[in-house]
Design a protein around this ligand. Structure first.
Ligand SMILES: Nc1nc2c(ncn2[C@@H]2O[C@H](COP(=O)(O)OP(=O)(O)O)[C@@H](O)[C@H]2O)c(=O)[nH]1
Ligand SMILES: Nc1ncnc2c1ncn2[C@@H]1O[C@H](COP(=O)(O)OP(=O)(O)O)[C@@H](O)[C@H]1O
Length: 398
């Protein structure tokens, strides 16, 4: 698995002229298809990646997307079947040390077309049960914010709000970095150009957007992400790799919507009229675009909230998922890795060492969700005493 084919062997014989220290074990390329990926040799603040493209017969410096892992004292790389390379950093904590380098996923292929260059993308692996993020859309004043607040209040450890960026001015009670990241248009436009946004849209004359970081922060906390975004944003997210549940909140009537918007008292008359005009189009798109999995009618608030909970599977006795152990554990410098189906076994100490109690850490990759841009969620991590019979005959990788 992942052994260097002849073309790589030839290049190794000749010696790379790409500045990598091939005496280091970490400089062994990982092969996927007819390309080899050399990970290592930090050039600045992050780990460097180079690609050997056999069809072009040369080394390529790819465009590297995503938050990059910090340089570390070494790593093990394991090719996965899904166009990804699992990179486990030695000498770091398990929370920070599990990364996926996407080299041929749908996102990477799309970006390759857009950018016209070789592309790879980093995505950090995070624990948790990988419940799908929840996208909530609907016209201004329908009650999205109210419903989300109720959910966050009842299930604070389960949900995390994706704090959007906006160029609109803050309302009286709104706090920067809690309700929105209030931003200058020029700053936000530059950040969009730099690929920092998962989606963005112009809504009611202002720019709004979800940064990749906004959803990463929630995933890192092991929580289910809630996004309050407009229909255009929902369409972009639908087309992305985020794999969310899409809910459109509809008012009982346009008259009631206007009443709520006016009663909220946060907008000028001009802004209210603009929001009501846009509401017509949003209602049509919301109900007919095929983007949304569910339409929720917000007539009676309590009833609507109960329906929302039912959609999210929260209507029974729900307890927060316990944090999976052994997070907080350090990945030692002398670890060895094996792969059995969808499980990665990390053994502390060299392969020859006898396994001590709880010396094996299992990374179960079978429930992974998401990926670049953003985190790879659903990493299941646990410690075991010894390899059971079913795990016998595993394939030593490094
Ligand atoms: N596309 C997109 N829309 C957003 C984002 N954040 C908020 N919105 C939408 O922008 C619209 C206006 O939001 P806001 O100014 O808070 O007004 P409100 O809907 O009346 O509370 C709403 O439809 C939000 O769902 C975002 O990050 N991306
Ligand atoms: N079912 C409902 N019945 C009456 N008023 C509601 C209902 N749901 C929300 N509201 C009120 O309507 C106003 C707009 O709600 P809000 O959550 O701010 O909407 P949005 O976030 O969709 O713009 C708020 O004053 C809120 O208290």
């Amino acid at each position: 698995m992942g052994e260097a084919p002849a073309f790589i062997e030839d290049d190794l014989q000749k010696g790379f002229s790409n500045g990598f220290d091939l005496k280091s074990k970490d400089a062994t390329p990982t092969v996927i298809g007819n390309k080899a990926y050399l990970i290592g040799g930090a050039d600045d603040e992050s780990i460097r990646v180079q690609v050997w493209d056999h069809s072009r017969g040369g080394w390529v410096n790819p465009t590297v997307l995503g938050t990059k892992p910090k340089p570390c004292k070494g790593h093990s790389a394991v090719p996965l079947n899904e166009g990804q390379i699992l990179v486990i950093q030695k000498g770091t904590s398990l929370d920070d040390g599990v990364w996926f380098l996407e080299v041929d996923t749908q996102y990477v292929r799309e970006q390759r077309k857009i950018l016209g260059t070789e592309v790879v993308a980093w995505s950090k692996g995070v624990k948790g049960n990988a419940e799908k993020p929840v996208v909530i859309s609907g016209p201004s004043g329908v009650g999205k914010g109210t419903l989300i607040s109720m959910l966050m209040k009842e299930f604070p450890s389960m949900f995390g709000f994706s704090v959007s960026h906006t160029t609109r001015a803050p309302r009286n009670m709104e706090k920067d970095s809690i309700h929105y990241h209030f931003t200058e248009r020029s700053v936000m436009e530059n950040d969009i150009k730099d690929g920092k946004f998962l989606e963005f849209a112009s809504v009611h004359g202002n720019l709004y957007g979800t940064s990749v970081e906004a959803v990463e922060v929630v995933a890192d906390a092991g929580k289910r992400c809630i996004l309050d975004i407009d229909v255009q944003g929902a369409r972009s997210v639908r087309a992305s790799s985020l794999e969310a549940i899409f809910i459109f909140v509809s008012p009982p009537s346009m008259e009631e919507l206007e009443k709520r918007l006016r009663a909220r008292g946060t907008e000028t008359e001009e802004q209210i009229l603009k929001r009501l005009r846009n509401a017509q189009a949003e209602m049509e798109q919301g109900k007919s675009s095929g983007i949304f999995d569910h339409i929720l009618y917000n007539d009676n608030l309590e009833e609507c909230y109960e329906n929302l909970k039912e959609l999210l599977g929260l209507d029974g006795n729900v307890t927060a998922t316990p944090k999976s152990s052994p997070y907080g554990v350090d990945l030692p410098l002398d670890l060895s890795i094996s792969k059995i189906d969808q499980k990665i076994i990390i053994k502390r100490g060299s392969p020859e060492l006898k396994t001590a109690t709880k010396n094996l850490i299992v990374l179960d990759l079978s429930t992974l969700k998401g990926g670049a841009p953003g985190r790879t969620r659903g990493l299941n991590v646990y410690a075991i005493d010894s390899l059971s019979d079913e795990l016998n005959g595993f394939n030593q990788l490094s």
